[in-house]
Design a protein around this ligand. Sequence first.
Ligand SMILES: Cc1cc2nc3c(=O)[nH]c(=O)nc-3n(C[C@H](O)[C@H](O)[C@H](O)COP(=O)(O)OP(=O)(O)OC[C@H]3O[C@@H](n4cnc5c(N)ncnc54)[C@H](O)[C@@H]3O)c2cc1C
Length: 392
Amino acid sequence: MKYDVVIIGAGPAGLSFARSLANTDLNVLIVEKSSKESLAYPAFDGRDIALTHLSVKLLNEIGAWPQISSNAISPIKEARVLDGTSSYFLHFDHKRVCHDALGYLVSNHLIRKALYENLDALSNIELSTDTSVMSVSNNNQGASVVLSNGETIDATLVVAADSRFSETRRKVGLSASMRDFGQVVIVCRMEHEKSHGNIAYECFHYGRTLAVLPLTGNQSSIVITAPTDRCNEILNLSEEKFNNDISHQFKHRLGKMKLIGERFPYPLVAVYADKFVSNRFALIGDAAVGMHPVTAHGFNLGLKGQNTLAREIKTALKRGVDIASPAVLESYHSIHRRASHPLYLATNGIVRLYNNNEMLSARLMRKTMLRLGNNIWPVKRAIMNQLTAIGH
Ligand SMILES: Cc1cc2nc3c(=O)[nH]c(=O)nc-3n(C[C@H](O)[C@H](O)[C@H](O)COP(=O)(O)OP(=O)(O)OC[C@H]3O[C@@H](n4cnc5c(N)ncnc54)[C@H](O)[C@@H]3O)c2cc1C
């Protein structure tokens, strides 16, 4: 069997990319190891994704945004970043950039559901579920994948969207730098007495960090970052103790807070592939760039990257040239590297700085950074542009 494009992984990045190639002359196969049922009805996984304005535009272009009910979209009007026990905060306000919001929060499972919906109606896209890609061969002439059902599929281009721990990336021989922060992020939802006013908080406490992100009604998405050896302690706290702990950590700004549902842990490992492309092969999504969630850029960059690759492919199609030529793939690599590398380094730098609680110099630096951020308008504007700009 032969396809123009084989996509490995039907996560948010793989599905977005497939949709970006809808209505082209390319025949596309997505191979996903999990079941069709889990794609059609993804379970809530605790993640609420902060989307930039560009991401909303791109999700609209591929027909996924209209599938998300407006009740499930929460605007972030303001963002406040606090350090230690100080009440001083770095402040971002949507009014300064003349937009209705800085960004929008949507649950990850609803984004996945929206990306899967009506996929059947896209005539050039096929999906094979309950199937893993076991190996990939690639050279100048062509590429092929061997599936867990024993079939071999030939392709003009293979695109891996198989997570930050991508097996395919390793098998193809693309190196990546990985940073294991020795931490976990624990996410859950809580309801509270007072209104959040659509303000997102990032509190860099000493020892652990707490983000409180506004959902619809009096509910928030809670993101706790803590050293891995404290993970079980936080997960096993009784609901009452957990509620009291978070209300106290958050200084009762929202009154009493109450856990809704489960707490979900994720290991904190950031990944950056040294090269996003090889012969007739490309990495997208977390397989290319797996971000620490503190700056909420992972999926936003994933969407941007897949859009860049799809754009380069469509341009090649228009010109009648090979869609997987080195020139096409190199162009994707350099555009996406320019878009993602500074953010990746800055995010890891922020994590390093705000994880350092011991040294007085680091504590002073943390405070200085917030004040500089507040008072140097070009810096603040650059951060807000990252959230609200809709151009590439
Ligand atoms: C706590 C948390 C909060 C986050 N918050 C934000 C946020 O606010 N904003 C933001 O932009 N991003 C955020 N992110 C990041 C975002 O969730 C990820 O960037 C995004 O989910 C990555 O999507 P993906 O499709 O690249 O990978 P994944 O979602 O990991 O999907 C990979 C897919 O590949 C499949 N697969 C793997 N191997 C194979 C194989 N061999 N064969 C077939 N299929 C295979 C898997 O089954 C899976 O379906 C957050 C992440 C976390 C953990």
